[in-house]
Design a protein around this ligand. Structure first.
Ligand SMILES: [Zn+2]
Length: 687
């Protein structure tokens, strides 16, 4: 995700419409800042060239204006009303003056490091601490000259601190001795909509990489800003530098040259995952996890193009998370030796199918990730839109569309409409219906085969298929899989209406036909297409629990269940178990191997599937059952093996089965399911 000031873009767009852009010299800001994290003292001198002579701005309540002058003359500054923690101010720029000097400062709030990953997405004040300071753009820690502006910034901090803002590092002076100061200056010459300032007790590592194909351009400055303990992890910082270089090279090739001269990975004391121009600010606790380098880093780097390179017109919908997810997280799955991209597409549809009807907002209404409901649409559905678009216009046109969208819109505000135009230009096709359909419909269409019959034709066989679609939008381009024994063939067909008969010429006699078995469409999933996964138990509104263990193991099982379920499960006793299997909410059976085996046998249930049997210290599996209550089982060696699952297991909601050795997951998977097939009828039989 990216950190932005949404409200200011609205204002900016409104101003463009109302007045046109008139300023002779663009709005800009120069800041000279000193920050003492230990005392949280912040002092600044701002030189502002505002967009309007009647300059109105906000500052956080922790900051006070000390003086204002223009061309050496003191000016009045007027406090207006307040918006929550923000004080509104007004200063009139005298005739003949273009810039104001505002001296201000105060004691910042302490770093709120109790914030969890959800609450860091909400408004935060400017905060300081020795462990790390974060002054988010949205906290109004500087007088903003206009919704979009350029800036220069000088920083001064105690010797053991480092600090940075997005932009080019112009100059850096390392402290001479423990009583010296760290000084650095930065410049952001593109239009920016806000400045995030970060400081911390960091060790800085740097790698200078030549930019591919940009011989005349300066080399790329890659940096890590890690606290000492993280920096001491063998090879970690170096790996971040190399992976950053690799991602930047990849996207420069796919989209267009990286628009900046640096990129930094900055450790945050808060559980953030923010992408800003030229840097990413990631929670120190997660930087060690392998998936951060494997996917999150690439996602945040890609935001230098999508979101921080081409800006989002939030009022008209946020396309950048979907496009970034598609070209980063999803593309890495497609490109892996073990391609699990189908699992990801299935996951998006499952997440959506789990939403209530009210939570299924149209994609065009997605603004940012505020709760998981909007993530299922703004990330999952949006990424699937790009999967479908590429299937429809082809890889070549799609790639061209991406490059055209970048070259036409870089450092401008763009909307879905601009993406549509770029892909229409690249493919030569009218994509109005496609975009309108997927952006404005709130649900997912349901596709069914009503009839399929085969008759002889001059070229072999003719298959006639009647398709039915319910809900919107109409899926006009869809894959059908035809199979006979082990032979499978996929045909993409085009349709124009919801109930249409289509004819296919074939050189073999298919027995079965399926719609979209590879899940390449945003559509309603049939329950038979959804293998059971643990999330159905974890998040169940009325889960049930049976414990097949005694003594310490029973206690460990109860503790595991408490960590596992989001709500307290209903307890099912041994004698009642057999009667509870046919109906009711998801049921989890936890036990030790011997007691569990006896319980399963007594209830007429099968033992562990062969994939898991006798492996590790604990096995977890769901049962594929066409009828009856959803069932899952945890079978472990003993109390210690059950205890070891309490922390890791809730993190594996996307899996059907798992094997653990202690707390370590050693194998896992999603059960294959048959899906929904339709039998092809032979039209010559019975005539
Ligand atoms: Zn993102």
């Amino acid at each position: 995700m990216i950190q932005r000031k949404i409200e200011h873009l609205f204002v900016f767009l409104a101003l463009l419409v109302a007045t046109g852009v008139a300023a002779a010299s663009p709005p800009s800001l120069a800041l000279d800042i000193s920050l003492e994290p230990a005392t949280r003292q912040f002092e600044a001198v701002a030189i502002v060239r505002p967009m309007q002579r009647n300059f109105r701005f906000v500052l956080h309540e922790s900051l006070n204006i000390r003086s204002v002058e223009a061309d050496g003359k003191a000016l009045k500054f007027v406090a207006l009303g307040r918006d929550g923690a923000l004080q509104r101010w007004r200063i009139q720029l005298p005739a003949g003056s273009e810039t104001l000097q505002i001296t201000y400062g105060g004691t910042l709030q302490a770093l709120q490091n109790e914030r969890d990953h959800r609450s860091v997405l909400r408004a935060m004040p400017p905060m300081a601490a020795v462990d790390g300071s974060f002054l988010p753009a949205s906290s109004a820690w500087y007088p903003q000259p206009a919704p979009m502006f350029s800036y220069r910034l000088k920083l001064s901090l105690p010797a053991d601190q480092r600090a940075l803002v997005p932009g080019r590092l112009l100059e850096e002076n390392l402290p001479a001795g423990a009583n010296g100061r760290y000084r650095a200056s930065f410049e952001f010459t593109r239009r920016s909509d806000g400045i995030d300032l970060m400081a911390g007790p960091w060790r800085v590592r740097e790698k200078i990489a030549p930019q591919e194909g940009k011989t005349a351009s300066p080399a790329l400055r890659l940096r890590t800003y890690f606290p000492a303990a993280l920096d001491a992890e063998p090879g970690l910082a170096e790996a971040y530098l190399e992976d950053s270089r690799r991602y930047i090279e990849r996207y420069s090739g796919e989209i267009g040259t990286y628009p900046y001269s640096e990129f930094s990975v900055v450790a945050s004391p808060l559980p953030t995952g923010f992408g800003m121009p030229t840097l990413t600010y990631i929670g120190v606790d997660v930087l060690k996890l392998p998936f951060i380098r494997a996917s999150s880093l690439g996602h945040e780097i890609l935001h230098n193009w999508w979101g921080n390179g081409v800006y989002v017109d939030y009022a008209r919908g946020n396309w950048s998370e979907g496009l970034t997810t598609f070209m980063a997280d999803y593309a890495y799955k497609e490109g892996a030796a073990n391609d699990t991209s189908r699992d990801m597409r299935l996951g998006w549809l499952r997440d959506f199918s789990a939403l209530s009807i009210e939570a299924r907002l149209p994609l065009r209404e997605f603004r940012s990730r505020t709760h998981s409901a909007s993530a299922a649409v703004g990330y999952g559905k949006a990424a699937m839109l790009f999967v479908m678009l590429r299937d429809q216009i082809g890889e070549k046109a799609f790639r061209q569309g991406i490059r055209d969208f970048w070259s036409k819109n870089q450092f401008r505000v763009a909307a879905w409409q601009d993406l549509q135009l770029a892909f229409e230009g690249a493919s030569g096709r009218d994509l109005k219906t496609f975009f309108a359909g997927w952006l404005d419909a709130s649900g997912a269409p349901k596709l069914e085969i009503r009839e399929a019959w085969l008759k002889p034709s001059s070229r072999g066989h003719q298959l006639d298929v009647v398709l039915k679609q319910q809900g919107s939008p109409l899926v006009s381009h869809l894959p059908l899989e035809l199979s006979a024994g082990s032979k499978r063939e996929t045909r993409w067909v085009s349709v124009k209406q919801a109930g249409e008969k289509i004819s296919l010429d074939l050189d073999f006699r298919p027995q079965l036909i399926r719609i979209d078995p590879d899940i390449r469409l945003w559509r309603h999933l049939d329950p038979q297409e959804m293998p059971p996964i643990l999330r159905q138990w974890i998040g169940a509104p009325a889960p049930r629990l049976h414990i097949a263990a005694s003594g310490a193991a029973a206690e460990a099982a109860a503790n595991l269940a408490q960590r596992f379920f989001e709500v307290k499960p209903q307890s099912i006793s041994g004698p009642a178990l057999a009667g509870e299997l046919t109906t009711g909410g998801p049921l989890l059976i936890i036990g030790t191997h011997a007691e569990l085996a006896a319980t399963l046998a007594a209830a007429g249930l099968p033992g562990p599937p062969s994939e898991l049997s006798k492996r590790g210290s604990a096995q977890v599996w769901t049962l594929v059952r066409p009828v009856g209550a959803p069932l899952a089982v945890v079978s472990a060696d003993d109390a210690a093996a059950l205890q070891a699952l309490a922390r890791p297991l809730p993190h594996y909601g996307g899996q059907s089965w798992l094997v653990f050795a202690g707390a370590k997951n050693v194998d896992r998977g999603i059960w294959p399911v048959a899906g929904v097939s339709f039998a092809v009828r032979d039209a010559t039989i019975g005539k």
